[in-house]
Ligand binder design. Structure first.
Ligand SMILES: Cc1cc2nc3c(=O)[nH]c(=O)nc-3n(C[C@H](O)[C@H](O)[C@H](O)COP(=O)(O)OP(=O)(O)OC[C@H]3O[C@@H](n4cnc5c(N)ncnc54)[C@H](O)[C@@H]3O)c2cc1C
Length: 439
């Protein structure tokens, strides 16, 4: 299947929706791609009924001229202006004049003994499952890790009837107090609302999971609280250590990264011409910042900058929040010692910490142990090894997500047809020439 747009937006979370709507207002043809079956991203997952500010945006989107391409996952850019994606079993060629990357963020996981037991889940992951119908009423849940997401998750789960045993935040009370005093009225209001939803739920700072144990699934969690161990019985452990940006596609396109985030100018333009980026890949700053950046990127990609100045000013005012968030929830060094030598760090390929300690870099780890070469393609173990071992991620190779062999073969034959007779992409540069050689 082949589609062509003036403006193509990857990611239908708040940033991508805002970008698509603004670009469509500029009378451009706009395509909005997301690998989920419906728009909303992480926060508005579940559609228009979601109360978290998403309803008006989703309503506007449904009435707009934006072409939805949901259930479609972008894998590669074989040539400038052309992306390859998979929609189920169909290979999709997406051509664009301008591209907006709004690929969001994912949870950060740290390995500890027992973290691979069934019912130990990502905090946002469990939240998403519950929103999609997993019954949680009456289940005892420990929520642990770091970041504001923990409170949001605890509130959601409690709303669905879970018994929250406790929320364990690794950050110190002092860090959180400093952070809270500098929250604006709006964010303070949100925090107070969340706190109200969690009345009676114990909230522990300086607290993190040491291990999870149980027969066939998690039954108890051992945590460290201000240096003392505590053990709780539970049915689920929802655990995430703040967020990491999804920058793989941007990196593949050659966009410059700075401190792990995509670097953009005031128009959200990346270092690559005609490629814009908005939302969490440019910094973890929450939904309001993502919406502003998405609107700026959409207007600039659409070619109408008249309303941009005001949005840029608002965006600048919010930027310090992202920096304060990163500082308040910075991971403490003690967490580098959570995993024991026997703990699996790469759970796709069953690689223990002991095996990784024999290697000196991410590349060596991949070559000698296959760490990062399984289905998640290093999305889980990459940030973990970066934190525990100080390894830096190296090159990003296509496809950025695991793809069907049929798609790779179809892409390879398309590339050959497309490049003759000028052979712009010859056999040496064709990434799909021999799929069997690829990781
Ligand atoms: C698991 C999780 C749960 C969260 N829950 C909450 C919450 O309850 N409350 C709250 O205030 N904040 C929550 N957040 C934070 C919130 O997501 C952000 O503050 C904000 O919504 C980010 O918006 P965004 O548009 O930048 O990214 P997202 O909302 O993450 O949207 C990005 C979208 O891009 C898609 N995508 C990425 N790569 C590709 C690709 N190659 N091809 C196709 N599609 C792609 C993703 O599937 C996703 O739908 C959560 C974050 C995470 C990671």
């Amino acid at each position: 299947m082949k589609r062509s747009f003036d403006v193509l937006v990857i990611g239908a979370g708040p940033a991508g929706i805002a970008a698509a709507l603004r670009a469509a207002e500029c009378q451009r043809s706009v395509g909005l791609v997301d690998d989920n079956p419906s728009p909303g991203g992480q926060i508005w997952r579940g559609g228009v009924a979601h109360p978290n500010g998403g309803a008006p945006w989703l309503e506007l989107l449904s009435r707009s001229s934006v072409t939805p391409l949901y259930g479609t996952r972008v894998l590669d850019q074989p040539a400038p202006g052309l992306l390859l994606a998979e929609a189920g079993e169909t290979l999709v060629e997406l051509r664009y004049q301008k591209l907006v990357l709004a690929t969001g963020a994912r949870e950060m996981f740290l390995p500890f003994p027992g973290w691979t037991l069934p019912n130990v889940m990502g905090a946002g992951g469990l939240q998403a499952l519950v929103k999609s119908g997993l019954p949680i009423a009456g289940k005892r849940v420990v929520v642990a890790g770091s970041g504001p997401l923990l409170l949001a998750v605890a509130a959601t789960l409690r709303g669905y009837g879970a018994e929250i045993v406790g929320v364990c935040e690794q950050a110190s009370w002092r860090n959180l107090a400093t952070f809270a005093t500098r929250l604006g009225w709006r964010k303070l209001g949100q925090a107070v609302r969340l706190k109200r939803e969690l009345v009676g739920v114990p909230f522990y700072t300086d607290c993190w999971p040491l291990s999870a144990a149980g027969h066939g699934k998690v039954e108890r969690v051992l945590v460290s609280h201000r240096g003392s161990p505590r053990e709780w019985a539970c049915d689920y452990l929802a655990c995430g250590f703040h967020l990491v940006p999804n920058t793989e596609l941007a990196a593949l396109l050659g966009c410059q990264l700075e401190n792990g985030f995509v670097k953009t100018d005031r128009c959200q333009q990346t270092s690559v011409a005609d490629v814009f980026c908005a939302g969490e890949p440019t910094g973890i700053g929450g939904v309001e910042l993502a919406l502003l950046q998405g609107q700026i990127a959409g207007l600039c990609a659409g070619g109408d900058q008249s309303g941009v100045v005001e949005l840029v000013a608002q965006q600048r005012a919010m930027r310090p929040f992202a920096a304060r968030l990163a500082k308040a929830f910075a991971l403490r060094p003690e967490l580098t010692a959570l995993a024991t030598p026997e703990t699996l760090v790469c759970r796709c390929e069953d690689v223990t910490l002991a095996r990784l300690r024999e290697c000196n870099s991410w590349r060596e780890g991949k070559l000698y142990t296959r760490c990062g070469m399984g289905p998640c393609q290093g999305r889980v173990c990459g940030p973990a090894t970066q934190f525990i071992l100080g390894w830096q991620p190296e090159s990003v190779r296509p496809p950025v997500f695991p793809a069907r062999v049929e798609s790779l073969l179809a892409a390879a034959s398309n590339a050959e047809v497309n490049t003759e007779p000028n052979a712009a992409m010859n056999a040496a540069t064709n990434p799909y020439k021999n799929p069997g050689e690829r990781s």
